[in-house]
Ligand binder design. Sequence first.
Ligand code: THU
Length: 126
Amino acid sequence: MQHARTVAEYAYAPYSRFKVGAALLLSNGHIVTGCNVENSSYRLTNCAEQGAISAAVAKFGPKVRIRAVGVANVDVQTACMPCGACRQTILEFATDDCWVFFPGQSGCPRECAFSDLLPESFRLAH
Ligand code: THU
């Protein structure tokens, strides 16, 4: 969470002013971070979690796996749980026992098994 809070300060969020940081604890023990990067064409915005996952794959390759995700925003009083799109993105690399840490209501610290955040999730059968 400390890594997530630190990287949140680097976010590029001039439109929402909602600066988010994400830190991934990988199975290999490394921590990789990302922050949200917005765009004037709003739908091109990248979430913090997605940025962190891209960075992790670029650094460690496609076999990288996520043990835990920490999400933080700069405003410590506000909830900031991973959005639906980010949950689906995390799923792609999550270990079977992945945990997610985030600020819930009023910024109260929450922790959840990832499988509880995205039940009945979509995976392509192949
Ligand atoms: N945001 C994230 O970075 N992660 C999430 O899981 C939720 C939303 C960002 C996207 C946008 O820049 C800002 O928060 C407001 O939606």
